[in-house]
Design a binder for this molecule. Structure first.
Ligand code: SAM
Length: 295
């Protein structure tokens, strides 16, 4: 427990899929003026240096954000813009980097903080004793700090206490490290409890695609939970590489309960570009499926 530090993975292909999806969800939900409550059950440290510390050791950003930025530059130079919200996502990353050089990668708390309107609230959970201190320090630097609550607590078990949000408009990101195999079970319990209290909320779950059984069966378990609560869902995966025996993460997925209708269209545009930009070899591919529950 607590060996996971997200800085090792900051700006990786998995962060790109997660944060691109997240931005689309928030922007869609903000099309209505009513207050939005956003919960990030597994927040991490908030923002990460890509030039030193853990990120510089793993260099995962090389195959992720730096690769995508290079691809975007080449496209822009030939007069093309990137579709599916990729350009918009890159603008959020650039916004944290006033210098031209990208030295910082914002995690979900910073991306979400930047998206907050005055009426919105952000609730962050983090359990790691070092990460929580860094997160608090980072959040306190933001002009949106007063709209953000940071809890040193278990996001899985505390989520239900925040639901339904006062305005009945809510988005939940569940982004565990899965370092503990029990996280798969905790996720299922958290989703059951959450949907019992707030069945119409939008829930975005990130997961790594690994050879372990729990990871492979996660989407089917989520589909069963969605069916028992009559929820629509969207399931997407991005694989950048398929090299058997390789230990680095080669693919990840998102499962979204009650997705906005625009998400599938947006990802259908973005994913082929991400495969092209980030793919390493013929094994790079994506998956995009959805189901619409009828009332
Ligand atoms: N959401 C972040 C982002 O996109 O930038 C990354 C989060 S990282 C994948 C998962 C984080 O959850 C780690 O910082 C870990 O310490 C923390 N964590 C692990 N178990 C937790 C729990 N039960 N409740 C809250 N945080 C937890």
């Amino acid at each position: 427990m607590f060996s996971y530090r997200h800085a090792f993975h900051a700006g990786s292909h998995a962060d790109i899929l997660k944060h691109l999806t997240l931005i689309h969800l928030v922007e869609y939900l903000q099309e209505k003026p009513g207050a939005l409550t956003i919960v990030d059950t597994h927040a991490g440290a908030g923002i990460y240096s890509l030039e030193d510390g853990f990120a510089a050791v793993s260099n995962e950003a090389d195959g992720g954000i730096f690769r995508l930025l290079k691809f975007a530059e080449e496209c822009n130079a030939s007069g093309k813009n990137l579709a599916g919200g990729i350009q918009n996502y890159l603008d959020y990353i650039r916004a944290e980097n006033p210098q031209e050089q990208i030295a910082l990668y914002p995690g979900s708390p910073f991306i979400l903080a930047r998206l907050l309107r005055p009426q919105d609230r952000l609730k962050l959970f983090e359990l790691h004793p070092k990460e929580i201190d860094i997160l608090r320090h980072n959040i306190n630097q933001l002009k949106q700090a007063k709209q953000i609550d940071v809890y040193a607590a278990d996001g899985f078990t505390r989520l239900k206490g925040l639901l339904p949000p006062p305005s009945r408009r809510g988005l939940v990101l569940i982004d565990p490290s899965y370092e503990d195999k029990q996280d798969y079970r905790y996720l299922e319990t958290a989703m059951e409890e959450a949907l019992k209290r707030f069945a119409t909320g939008c829930y975005a779950i990130w997961y790594p695609i690994l050879t372990r059984r729990e990871s492979a069966s996660l989407p089917d378990h989520m589909k069963k939970i969605a069916a028992s609560h009559h929820c629509s869902w969207l399931h997407t995966e991005l694989r950048v590489e398929n090299t058997p025996g390789e230990r680095r993460l080669q693919a990840s997925g998102m499962f979204v309960f009650n997705p906005p209708w625009t998400l599938e269209k947006n990802l259908a545009e973005a994913l082929p570009t991400l495969v092209k930009a980030l793919g390493q070899g013929a094994g790079a591919e994506y998956l995009l499926k959805s189901f619409e529950a009828r009332p």
